[in-house]
Design a protein around this ligand. Structure first.
Ligand code: ZN
Length: 396
């Protein structure tokens, strides 16, 4: 008889049992909680292509089957177009095209999905176990400097407007431009028209989304807003210092305003190591590698393939984990309390996701990790959706 062996097996059994008990408890908490995701790009990534996301989409992060598996109740669908319009009529037409596509999808699947315009409708949809869709317009350029177009988008269901995307517009400057192109900016922050946009959003009950905005725009907008703001998909600068993340003072300002910061899952916004590795693979580094290998082998295509394999492998080695994502949640809770943080995955808008958060079926892993760290059921419910719901309730 091997006593130490028995002991080891006993300990292993005990650990497995306690793990499965924790997983069961996490499952129960997760299923009862209202889970809201502040940002998903499946509209511009799949729905405008006519893909039916109620069917499996294995090459993407998102479809309804996996959403249900992940326990998601409410999704902000991003309506997104870059500074160059897809529709010859312009970016406002792009926004309307995307809303058309989303509406058509919901019309085809009325038992599975619904578009909600108010807190009451959201609650109704959750009770009916439908996926509740809300529209978030990602980029103030889509109103084309016209408050009538803002009003029209609100009538079509816009429930947040991200004041800028990476591109600034004539009335608000972006994080990218304030950080990297500061010397070329004609103005910084919000103009008077920008302040009137914020006032109009407040009046109409549309959330002011400050993800992607520069710090000056952030502070100008939060000062102008009479309602709680949202950062629909941004993470913590102090853990991963990139231009898209928010600094401690910004997090404190959101807490003071009663708003919410929804954590973005993108590996490059979660992990400093990942971002540094990615930065080291800049265009000049790529050119240098491909040129020197091509000179030796005479085969530039092979050199490019070698570069892609090499960078992929190197990045995979520093891909963050779910624990790193929960570190961002934890950071905000420790800084300002558990009322001001939520989830804004950015699925189908990001090129790399952390290990354990591969697609929309994996949200329960967050609950399990929070539970393992000693979070109470009450705190977990706030983080998963309660906090965003509070901000929604204050506006629409
Ligand atoms: Zn974005």
């Amino acid at each position: 008889m091997n006593l130490p062996g028995l002991k080891t097996r006993g300990l292993l059994c005990f650990l497995l049992l306690s793990f499965s008990a924790a997983a069961q408890k996490a499952g129960r908490i997760h299923n009862k909680a209202v889970l809201i995701d502040g940002h998903n790009d499946v509209t511009s990534a799949s729905i405008v292509e006519g893909r039916d996301i109620t069917q499996s989409q294995p090459d993407r992060h998102t479809d309804l089957i996996r959403w249900k598996k992940g326990g998601l109740d409410v999704q902000f669908f991003s309506v997104f177009t870059g500074p160059v319009a897809r529709n010859p009529k312009g970016v406002y037409a792009d926004a309307n095209d995307q809303i058309d596509s989303l509406e058509a999808l919901v019309r085809r699947h009325p038992r599975q999905m619904m578009l909600a315009g108010s807190y009451k409708e959201i609650k109704k949809g959750i009770n009916e176990k439908k996926l509740v869709a809300l529209i978030g317009v990602e980029g103030g350029h889509m109103i084309e400097d016209n408050l009538d177009k803002l009003d029209a988008l609100q009538k079509r269901g816009m429930r947040y407007l991200t004041l800028t995307w990476n591109n600034s517009n004539s009335w608000a400057t972006s994080a990218l431009d304030e950080t990297l192109h500061a010397d070329t900016l004609k103005h910084k922050g919000l103009t008077d028209f920008g302040r009137s946009v914020v006032r109009r959003l407040n009046q109409l009950g549309v959330l002011v989304d400050l993800s992607h905005t520069g710090e000056q725009t952030f502070y100008d907008a939060i000062a102008a807003s009479t309602k709680p703001v949202i950062l629909s998909h941004s993470s913590v600068y102090n853990l991963c210092p990139v231009f898209r993340n928010v600094k401690d003072d910004q997090i404190r300002a959101v807490a003071k305003n009663g708003g919410v910061v929804c954590i973005n899952f993108y590996s490059g916004f979660i992990s400093r190591k990942f971002d540094e590795k990615l930065t080291s693979f800049s265009e000049p580094a790529k050119k240098h590698f491909v040129d020197s290998v091509s000179r030796q082998t005479g085969d530039s295509l092979r050199a490019l393939r070698q570069w892609n394999t090499y960078t992929k492998k190197e990045l995979e080695a520093v891909r963050p984990t779910i624990s790193d994502v929960v570190d961002h949640i934890d950071y905000i809770v420790k800084l300002v309390g558990d009322d001001y943080v939520g989830i804004g995955s950015d699925y189908d808008g990001i090129g790399s996701v952390p290990i354990g958060l591969e697609d929309v079926s994996t949200y329960p892993n967050i609950t399990l990790e929070l539970l393992k760290r000693g979070y109470t059921k009450r705190s977990i419910r706030k983080i998963l959706g309660g906090n965003i719901l509070r901000v929604i309730r204050a506006s629409f």
